[in-house]
Design a protein around this ligand. Structure first.
Ligand code: AMP
Ligand code: GLY
Length: 427
């Protein structure tokens, strides 16, 4: 079979490596892919992940049998709809279902209408009304741009002055473009965060192993928000009891709500949860695999990924047993110094001759020079993942391997997994 994967980061590298385990897979095309992915797939750097007509033309002219659309932008732009129009089976939600991530107003209204637990909120399209409301609010409070904003559209003002600045930045200065035409202002919740990715064909659901992201740039969860500096799986806060409550009050009701709204969700649905003193609540939905959650979740998957993705497309997921390893995984992101602010690119990367058998280095932001050397080309450059029977071993192995990769101004957090280990000790 010939497969096509849309995207070019660490998440896509993890998806591609897992798809390759299927012996029926002859070729995987990555559009655009990246320097490191080129070792595992045929990369097409000329076709960006948002260039839907070019992606569809490529899939048709290369007789692609199955496509996986991984990033949020092409999903929201209807990449799956257009591939289906061209008769190409694929994994991922259509544009109507992708609104669950692409519009926070849509997802908040969905949760309210169907009684799915989430933070209380108000929606505003008029900055004056938003400010009038904020003058009566208590702080901290959460201000979110409606649309996609590269994970940066959430601000948590601590006082009225910061709230006024947040409204000005999102609604008037349009820091996130049209994504800020509307905002959601919501109650600040507290509690540990858990990410649960789930395969779903619209009706059946197979939740994956839970995970924990580390979004802030600095140790101790300080500094700016990033795309994610590291992940561990499973997440110790996601106990069997919590999992059952989530299935009954969040997962199944969300799928039913999407069906009732005429936009059944097929693909990977990401539940960003907070385990509050009042029980689990939804912080956000993503219409796709998380990055870098995928880099710790898929290495623990025992069932063939392509078979699962085909079952999602064919709506036969209920007939498939999706199995997971009992062990743990940890991913440490190696970033360019300065990220998520300004950073330099083009730094040559040196790798060890080989990684230990339980370690995989996923490439997120690098490119290959004509002489074959890999150089940095993004903020998050590599994700070094280790799997092991215990989380502490996985972390030790991931950090040991991360230390054997080098480039100028390499930056990583030194405390990935520390909170998870502490939670396990306290349990
Ligand atoms: P999001 O982009 O929606 O994942 O939000 C980014 C981060 O902001 C989340 O991972 C949370 O840490 C935080 N956040 C979002 N909404 C809330 C909320 N209602 N209460 C507290 N923290 C929140
Ligand atoms: N790691 C969070 C996300 O993928 O949105």
């Amino acid at each position: 079979m010939k497969l096509l994967v849309v995207g070019g980061g660490g998440r896509e590298h993890a998806i591609i490596q897992k798809l390759k385990e299927n012996p029926g897979v002859e070729t995987i095309y990555a559009l655009p892919g990246n320097g490191g992915i080129a070792a595992d797939a045929v990369c097409v750097p000329e076709i960006g992940a948002k260039d839907i007509p070019a992606i569809v033309d490529f899939a048709k002219s290369h007789a692609v049998d199955f496509a996986v659309v991984a990033p949020d932008d092409p999903l929201a732009l209807g990449c799956v709809d257009r591939l289906h129009d061209a008769g190409i089976p694929c994994f991922g939600p259509d544009a109507k279902a992708a609104r669950i991530e692409a519009s926070k107003v849509f997802s908040k209204n969905l949760m309210k209408k169907y009684g799915i637990p989430t933070a209380r909120y108000e929606v505003f399209d008029d900055p004056a009304k938003a400010l009038a409301y904020l003058r009566t609010a208590s702080f901290p409070i959460v201000v979110k741009a409606d649309g996609l904003a590269l994970g940066k559209g959430v601000l948590i003002p601590q006082n009225l002055e910061e709230a006024e600045a947040a409204v000005k930045s999102i609604m008037e200065d349009k820091a996130f473009g049209d994504s800020g035409n509307e905002i959601v202002v919501e109650e600040f919740l507290t509690g540990p965060e858990v990410s649960v990715l789930a395969f779903t064909d619209g009706t059946a659901i197979a939740p994956m192993v839970s995970s924990m992201d580390h979004k802030r740039a600095g140790d101790g969860d300080t500094g700016l928000n990033t795309g994610g500096m590291g992940t561990v799986a499973p997440n110790p806060y996601y106990t069997a009891d919590v999992a059952k409550v989530c299935m009954d009050t969040i997962f199944l009701p969300t799928l039913a709500a999407m069906r009732a709204e005429g936009c059944p969700f097929k693909g990977c649905l990401y539940f960003g949860l907070m385990i509050t003193p009042d029980g689990p609540k939804v912080i956000e939905y993503n219409c796709r695999f998380g990055d870098p959650e995928t880099q710790v979740v898929l290495p623990l998957l025992k069932t063939d990924l392509l078979t699962i993705m085909q079952a999602v497309e064919n709506e036969t997921l209920a007939d498939l047993a999706v199995e997971w390893s009992d062990g743990a995984a940890a991913c440490v992101i190696l970033a360019s110094g300065g990220y998520p602010g300004h950073y330099e690119k083009g730094r040559p990367i040196s790798f060890p001759d080989a990684f230990p058998a339980n370690v995989t280095c996923y490439h997120a932001g690098d490119k290959r020079q004509p002489d074959g050397t890999l150089v940095t080309s993004g903020g998050r450059v590599l994700g070094v993942t280790a799997t092991a029977p215990t989380l502490s071993q996985a972390l030790a192995d991931a950090y040991a391997a991360a230390g054997t990769v080098d480039f100028q101004d390499k930056y990583m957090r030194s405390d990935i997994g520390r909170r998870a280990l502490r939670a396990m000790e306290e349990a």
